[in-house]
Write a protein that binds this ligand. Sequence first.
Ligand code: PLP
Ligand code: COI
Length: 339
Amino acid sequence: MEATDWKNLPFGYFKTDYNIRCYYRNGKWGELEVSSSEYVSLHMAATCLHYGQEAFEGLKVFRGADGKVRIFRWEENAKRMQNSAYGIMMANVPSELFKEAVFKAVKLNEKYIPPYGEGASLYVRPLLIGSGPQVGVKPASEYMFMVFVGPVGPYFKEGFNPVNIQIVRDYDRAAPLGTGSYKVGGNYAASLRSGERAHDEGFASVLFLDAKEKKYIDEAGPANFFGIKGNTYITPNSHSILPSITNMSLREIAKDLGLTVEQRSIAVDELGSFDEVGACGTAAVISPIKKILDRETCTVYEYCKDGKAGPISTKLYNQLRGIQEGTVEDKFNWNTIIE
Ligand code: PLP
Ligand code: COI
Protein backbone atom coordinates (compact mmCIF):
# COMPACT_ATOMS: atom_id res chain seq x y z
CA MET A 1 0.00 0.00 0.00
CA GLU A 2 1.29 3.46 -0.85
CA ALA A 3 1.74 5.76 2.13
CA THR A 4 -1.60 7.41 2.88
CA ASP A 5 -1.85 11.13 3.52
CA TRP A 6 -4.25 10.66 6.46
CA LYS A 7 -4.46 14.38 7.26
CA ASN A 8 -5.79 15.29 3.83
CA LEU A 9 -8.19 12.43 3.26
CA PRO A 10 -11.47 13.54 1.71
CA PHE A 11 -14.80 11.97 2.64
CA GLY A 12 -15.03 9.57 -0.25
CA TYR A 13 -14.65 6.04 -1.56
CA PHE A 14 -11.33 4.40 -0.75
CA LYS A 15 -10.53 0.92 -1.97
CA THR A 16 -9.66 -1.50 0.80
CA ASP A 17 -8.90 -5.22 0.71
CA TYR A 18 -12.11 -6.95 1.73
CA ASN A 19 -15.85 -6.52 2.08
CA ILE A 20 -18.53 -8.73 3.58
CA ARG A 21 -21.65 -10.09 1.95
CA CYS A 22 -24.59 -12.12 3.16
CA TYR A 23 -27.62 -13.36 1.23
CA TYR A 24 -31.21 -13.77 2.36
CA ARG A 25 -32.91 -16.59 0.44
CA ASN A 26 -35.86 -18.86 1.19
CA GLY A 27 -36.71 -16.83 4.26
CA LYS A 28 -33.32 -16.99 5.98
CA TRP A 29 -29.87 -15.47 6.05
CA GLY A 30 -26.93 -17.54 4.84
CA GLU A 31 -23.33 -17.51 6.09
CA LEU A 32 -21.18 -14.36 5.91
CA GLU A 33 -18.92 -14.32 2.87
CA VAL A 34 -15.67 -12.40 2.52
CA SER A 35 -15.05 -10.83 -0.88
CA SER A 36 -12.19 -8.88 -2.36
CA SER A 37 -14.22 -7.72 -5.35
CA GLU A 38 -15.62 -4.20 -5.48
CA TYR A 39 -18.47 -5.37 -7.70
CA VAL A 40 -21.73 -7.19 -7.18
CA SER A 41 -23.61 -9.28 -9.68
CA LEU A 42 -27.33 -8.53 -9.71
CA HIS A 43 -30.46 -9.74 -11.43
CA MET A 44 -31.55 -7.01 -13.84
CA ALA A 45 -35.04 -7.03 -12.31
CA ALA A 46 -33.75 -6.71 -8.70
CA THR A 47 -36.08 -4.43 -6.74
CA CYS A 48 -33.20 -2.19 -5.60
CA LEU A 49 -32.69 -1.21 -9.25
CA HIS A 50 -36.34 -0.44 -9.98
CA TYR A 51 -38.28 0.36 -6.86
CA GLY A 52 -35.67 1.69 -4.47
CA GLN A 53 -35.48 -1.20 -2.02
CA GLU A 54 -32.19 0.00 -0.55
CA ALA A 55 -31.13 1.13 2.90
CA PHE A 56 -27.71 1.95 4.23
CA GLU A 57 -25.93 2.96 7.41
CA GLY A 58 -22.84 4.93 8.27
CA LEU A 59 -20.74 4.52 11.38
CA LYS A 60 -17.20 5.25 12.40
CA VAL A 61 -14.24 3.43 13.91
CA PHE A 62 -11.43 5.32 15.61
CA ARG A 63 -7.93 4.42 16.66
CA GLY A 64 -7.47 5.93 20.09
CA ALA A 65 -4.53 7.66 21.69
CA ASP A 66 -4.05 4.35 23.57
CA GLY A 67 -3.85 2.42 20.28
CA LYS A 68 -7.21 0.67 20.87
CA VAL A 69 -9.78 0.47 18.10
CA ARG A 70 -13.22 1.76 19.08
CA ILE A 71 -16.48 1.57 17.21
CA PHE A 72 -19.12 4.11 18.16
CA ARG A 73 -22.67 2.98 19.05
CA TRP A 74 -23.00 0.18 16.49
CA GLU A 75 -26.15 -1.11 18.21
CA GLU A 76 -27.96 2.11 17.31
CA ASN A 77 -27.01 1.79 13.65
CA ALA A 78 -28.19 -1.84 13.69
CA LYS A 79 -31.54 -0.74 15.13
CA ARG A 80 -31.89 2.03 12.58
CA MET A 81 -31.18 -0.35 9.72
CA GLN A 82 -33.89 -2.63 11.11
CA ASN A 83 -36.27 0.32 11.14
CA SER A 84 -35.35 1.24 7.56
CA ALA A 85 -35.87 -2.38 6.48
CA TYR A 86 -39.30 -2.33 8.13
CA GLY A 87 -40.12 0.99 6.44
CA ILE A 88 -39.55 -0.26 2.91
CA MET A 89 -40.46 -3.91 3.48
CA MET A 90 -37.03 -5.55 3.30
CA ALA A 91 -35.70 -8.54 5.24
CA ASN A 92 -34.66 -7.71 8.80
CA VAL A 93 -30.93 -7.81 9.56
CA PRO A 94 -30.63 -9.08 13.16
CA SER A 95 -28.25 -7.05 15.34
CA GLU A 96 -25.91 -10.01 15.81
CA LEU A 97 -25.54 -10.47 12.05
CA PHE A 98 -24.99 -6.72 11.65
CA LYS A 99 -22.32 -6.77 14.36
CA GLU A 100 -20.56 -9.82 13.01
CA ALA A 101 -20.37 -8.40 9.48
CA VAL A 102 -19.27 -4.93 10.62
CA PHE A 103 -16.61 -6.20 13.02
CA LYS A 104 -15.30 -8.65 10.44
CA ALA A 105 -15.03 -5.92 7.78
CA VAL A 106 -13.14 -3.70 10.22
CA LYS A 107 -10.75 -6.41 11.38
CA LEU A 108 -9.95 -7.61 7.86
CA ASN A 109 -9.10 -4.04 6.85
CA GLU A 110 -7.32 -3.07 10.05
CA LYS A 111 -4.39 -1.48 8.24
CA TYR A 112 -6.74 1.16 6.82
CA ILE A 113 -7.78 2.49 10.25
CA PRO A 114 -6.17 5.95 10.39
CA PRO A 115 -3.68 6.60 13.19
CA TYR A 116 -4.75 8.72 16.15
CA GLY A 117 -4.39 12.46 15.79
CA GLU A 118 -4.77 12.77 12.01
CA GLY A 119 -8.41 13.93 12.12
CA ALA A 120 -9.46 10.85 10.15
CA SER A 121 -11.41 7.69 10.92
CA LEU A 122 -12.55 4.46 9.32
CA TYR A 123 -16.04 4.87 7.89
CA VAL A 124 -18.19 1.75 7.83
CA ARG A 125 -20.94 1.51 5.24
CA PRO A 126 -23.42 -1.36 5.69
CA LEU A 127 -26.08 -1.64 2.99
CA LEU A 128 -29.14 -3.77 2.41
CA ILE A 129 -30.71 -4.22 -1.01
CA GLY A 130 -33.63 -6.05 -2.55
CA SER A 131 -31.85 -8.48 -4.90
CA GLY A 132 -34.74 -10.67 -5.93
CA PRO A 133 -36.57 -9.92 -9.21
CA GLN A 134 -39.98 -8.26 -9.46
CA VAL A 135 -41.62 -6.33 -12.26
CA GLY A 136 -44.83 -5.53 -10.40
CA VAL A 137 -44.38 -3.08 -7.55
CA LYS A 138 -43.82 -5.58 -4.75
CA PRO A 139 -41.08 -6.26 -2.22
CA ALA A 140 -38.39 -8.75 -3.26
CA SER A 141 -38.15 -12.17 -1.73
CA GLU A 142 -34.33 -12.13 -1.76
CA TYR A 143 -31.98 -9.60 -0.15
CA MET A 144 -28.30 -8.91 0.03
CA PHE A 145 -26.54 -7.34 3.01
CA MET A 146 -23.04 -5.93 2.48
CA VAL A 147 -20.48 -4.05 4.51
CA PHE A 148 -17.54 -2.12 3.13
CA VAL A 149 -15.19 0.24 4.93
CA GLY A 150 -12.77 3.01 4.03
CA PRO A 151 -10.69 5.70 5.73
CA VAL A 152 -12.26 9.17 5.54
CA GLY A 153 -11.59 12.75 6.49
CA PRO A 154 -14.19 15.44 7.20
CA TYR A 155 -17.44 15.44 5.20
CA PHE A 156 -17.40 19.19 4.68
CA LYS A 157 -14.00 20.33 3.43
CA GLU A 158 -14.08 23.05 6.10
CA GLY A 159 -13.75 20.36 8.84
CA PHE A 160 -14.56 22.00 12.15
CA ASN A 161 -14.41 25.45 10.54
CA PRO A 162 -17.77 27.17 10.05
CA VAL A 163 -19.71 26.55 6.82
CA ASN A 164 -22.38 28.44 4.89
CA ILE A 165 -25.70 26.76 4.18
CA GLN A 166 -28.79 27.66 2.18
CA ILE A 167 -32.50 27.30 2.98
CA VAL A 168 -34.33 25.86 -0.03
CA ARG A 169 -38.04 26.29 -0.56
CA ASP A 170 -38.35 24.92 -4.08
CA TYR A 171 -37.34 21.33 -3.21
CA ASP A 172 -38.33 18.88 -0.49
CA ARG A 173 -36.26 15.93 0.66
CA ALA A 174 -39.13 13.92 2.10
CA ALA A 175 -42.93 14.11 2.43
CA PRO A 176 -44.45 14.57 5.90
CA LEU A 177 -45.67 10.96 6.02
CA GLY A 178 -43.02 9.64 3.63
CA THR A 179 -39.71 7.89 4.18
CA GLY A 180 -37.70 10.78 5.65
CA SER A 181 -37.03 9.02 8.94
CA TYR A 182 -35.58 5.94 7.20
CA LYS A 183 -32.06 5.85 5.83
CA VAL A 184 -33.10 4.78 2.35
CA GLY A 185 -31.52 5.68 -0.98
CA GLY A 186 -34.61 7.41 -2.36
CA ASN A 187 -34.31 10.25 0.17
CA TYR A 188 -30.79 10.96 -1.05
CA ALA A 189 -31.82 10.85 -4.71
CA ALA A 190 -34.47 13.44 -3.85
CA SER A 191 -31.81 15.67 -2.29
CA LEU A 192 -29.25 15.59 -5.12
CA ARG A 193 -30.56 18.39 -7.35
CA SER A 194 -30.90 20.96 -4.57
CA GLY A 195 -27.62 19.81 -3.01
CA GLU A 196 -25.61 20.22 -6.19
CA ARG A 197 -27.16 23.62 -6.85
CA ALA A 198 -26.19 24.71 -3.34
CA HIS A 199 -22.58 23.57 -3.99
CA ASP A 200 -22.52 25.42 -7.31
CA GLU A 201 -23.72 28.53 -5.51
CA GLY A 202 -20.93 28.23 -2.94
CA PHE A 203 -22.76 26.58 -0.03
CA ALA A 204 -21.70 23.47 1.85
CA SER A 205 -25.26 22.19 2.21
CA VAL A 206 -28.94 22.96 1.95
CA LEU A 207 -31.23 23.39 4.90
CA PHE A 208 -34.56 21.69 4.26
CA LEU A 209 -37.79 23.00 5.74
CA ASP A 210 -40.85 20.96 6.69
CA ALA A 211 -42.53 19.97 3.43
CA LYS A 212 -46.08 20.81 4.55
CA GLU A 213 -45.92 24.37 5.86
CA LYS A 214 -42.40 25.47 4.91
CA LYS A 215 -42.24 27.08 8.30
CA TYR A 216 -40.00 24.86 10.39
CA ILE A 217 -36.43 23.60 10.11
CA ASP A 218 -36.11 19.96 9.11
CA GLU A 219 -32.46 19.07 8.54
CA ALA A 220 -29.23 20.17 6.92
CA GLY A 221 -28.69 17.88 3.92
CA PRO A 222 -26.94 14.78 5.25
CA ALA A 223 -26.92 16.02 8.86
CA ASN A 224 -29.33 17.10 11.61
CA PHE A 225 -29.60 20.72 12.69
CA PHE A 226 -29.10 22.14 16.18
CA GLY A 227 -29.03 25.59 17.69
CA ILE A 228 -27.71 26.98 20.96
CA LYS A 229 -29.56 29.71 22.76
CA GLY A 230 -28.07 30.74 26.09
CA ASN A 231 -27.67 27.51 27.98
CA THR A 232 -30.05 25.48 25.83
CA TYR A 233 -29.41 22.94 23.05
CA ILE A 234 -32.38 22.97 20.67
CA THR A 235 -32.99 20.54 17.82
CA PRO A 236 -36.03 19.78 15.61
CA ASN A 237 -38.37 16.91 16.47
CA SER A 238 -39.70 16.48 12.92
CA HIS A 239 -40.94 13.06 11.78
CA SER A 240 -39.47 13.52 8.32
CA ILE A 241 -35.81 13.78 9.37
CA LEU A 242 -33.33 11.01 10.02
CA PRO A 243 -33.01 10.31 13.76
CA SER A 244 -29.31 11.07 13.98
CA ILE A 245 -27.23 9.00 16.38
CA THR A 246 -24.76 11.88 16.64
CA ASN A 247 -27.57 14.24 17.61
CA MET A 248 -28.88 11.72 20.15
CA SER A 249 -25.37 11.54 21.62
CA LEU A 250 -24.94 15.33 21.64
CA ARG A 251 -28.20 15.69 23.56
CA GLU A 252 -26.78 13.39 26.24
CA ILE A 253 -23.44 15.18 26.26
CA ALA A 254 -25.21 18.56 26.44
CA LYS A 255 -27.24 17.47 29.46
CA ASP A 256 -24.10 16.13 31.07
CA LEU A 257 -22.41 19.51 30.53
CA GLY A 258 -25.32 21.19 32.33
CA LEU A 259 -27.24 22.43 29.28
CA THR A 260 -31.00 22.20 28.93
CA VAL A 261 -32.09 20.15 25.92
CA GLU A 262 -35.18 20.89 23.86
CA GLN A 263 -36.42 18.76 20.98
CA ARG A 264 -39.18 20.75 19.36
CA SER A 265 -40.26 22.56 16.21
CA ILE A 266 -37.91 25.37 15.25
CA ALA A 267 -39.56 28.05 13.13
CA VAL A 268 -37.38 29.69 10.47
CA ASP A 269 -38.11 33.01 12.17
CA GLU A 270 -36.33 31.76 15.26
CA LEU A 271 -33.00 31.45 13.45
CA GLY A 272 -32.14 35.04 14.24
CA SER A 273 -32.21 34.37 17.96
CA PHE A 274 -29.62 31.58 18.21
CA ASP A 275 -26.14 32.21 19.56
CA GLU A 276 -24.66 29.25 17.69
CA VAL A 277 -26.01 26.84 15.09
CA GLY A 278 -24.56 23.67 13.61
CA ALA A 279 -25.07 20.53 11.57
CA CYS A 280 -24.31 17.15 13.11
CA GLY A 281 -23.94 13.60 11.87
CA THR A 282 -21.50 10.71 11.63
CA ALA A 283 -19.87 12.07 8.50
CA ALA A 284 -20.23 15.76 9.43
CA VAL A 285 -19.43 15.25 13.17
CA ILE A 286 -20.27 18.86 14.16
CA SER A 287 -20.07 21.45 11.45
CA PRO A 288 -20.53 24.90 12.89
CA ILE A 289 -22.58 27.18 10.63
CA LYS A 290 -21.55 30.76 10.04
CA LYS A 291 -24.18 31.88 7.56
CA ILE A 292 -27.64 30.72 6.54
CA LEU A 293 -29.10 32.29 3.41
CA ASP A 294 -32.82 31.90 2.81
CA ARG A 295 -32.53 31.49 -0.94
CA GLU A 296 -36.03 32.73 -1.70
CA THR A 297 -36.53 35.57 0.77
CA CYS A 298 -32.82 36.55 0.69
CA THR A 299 -32.80 36.83 4.48
CA VAL A 300 -29.33 36.16 5.90
CA TYR A 301 -28.62 34.84 9.40
CA GLU A 302 -25.05 35.15 10.63
CA TYR A 303 -23.13 33.49 13.45
CA CYS A 304 -19.49 32.95 14.40
CA LYS A 305 -18.74 36.62 13.78
CA ASP A 306 -15.07 36.03 14.69
CA GLY A 307 -14.89 33.27 12.06
CA LYS A 308 -14.56 30.52 14.67
CA ALA A 309 -16.95 27.92 16.08
CA GLY A 310 -18.88 29.09 19.14
CA PRO A 311 -17.82 28.01 22.64
CA ILE A 312 -20.64 25.53 23.26
CA SER A 313 -20.33 23.85 19.85
CA THR A 314 -16.59 23.57 20.51
CA LYS A 315 -17.17 21.98 23.90
CA LEU A 316 -19.68 19.50 22.44
CA TYR A 317 -17.30 18.64 19.60
CA ASN A 318 -14.37 18.07 21.94
CA GLN A 319 -16.40 15.83 24.25
CA LEU A 320 -17.78 13.77 21.39
CA ARG A 321 -14.43 13.31 19.63
CA GLY A 322 -12.76 12.69 22.98
CA ILE A 323 -15.18 9.87 23.81
CA GLN A 324 -14.79 8.38 20.34
CA GLU A 325 -10.99 8.49 20.53
CA GLY A 326 -10.75 7.33 24.11
CA THR A 327 -9.34 10.53 25.61
CA VAL A 328 -12.57 11.41 27.47
CA GLU A 329 -14.22 8.87 29.78
CA ASP A 330 -16.91 6.88 27.96
CA LYS A 331 -19.36 7.21 30.81
CA PHE A 332 -22.36 6.36 28.59
CA ASN A 333 -20.78 3.13 27.37
CA TRP A 334 -21.01 4.07 23.70
CA ASN A 335 -17.82 2.46 22.45
CA THR A 336 -17.08 -1.17 21.78
CA ILE A 337 -13.43 -2.12 21.52
CA ILE A 338 -12.63 -4.18 18.43
CA GLU A 339 -9.80 -6.61 19.18
N1 PLP B 1 -29.56 13.22 8.45
C1 PLP B 1 -29.30 12.58 7.31
C2 PLP B 1 -30.21 12.79 6.15
C3 PLP B 1 -28.18 11.71 7.22
O1 PLP B 1 -27.90 11.08 6.09
C4 PLP B 1 -27.37 11.54 8.35
C5 PLP B 1 -26.24 10.64 8.29
O2 PLP B 1 -26.28 9.51 8.65
C6 PLP B 1 -27.69 12.22 9.52
C7 PLP B 1 -28.79 13.05 9.54
C8 PLP B 1 -26.87 12.05 10.75
O3 PLP B 1 -27.14 10.82 11.36
P1 PLP B 1 -26.03 10.09 12.22
O4 PLP B 1 -25.63 11.02 13.28
O5 PLP B 1 -26.71 8.88 12.78
O6 PLP B 1 -24.95 9.75 11.30
C1 COI C 1 -23.36 9.63 7.56
O1 COI C 1 -23.21 10.63 8.25
O2 COI C 1 -22.98 8.50 7.90
C2 COI C 1 -24.05 9.69 6.29
O3 COI C 1 -24.51 8.69 5.88
C3 COI C 1 -24.14 10.98 5.62
C4 COI C 1 -23.94 10.93 4.14
C5 COI C 1 -22.60 10.52 3.73
C6 COI C 1 -25.04 10.22 3.45
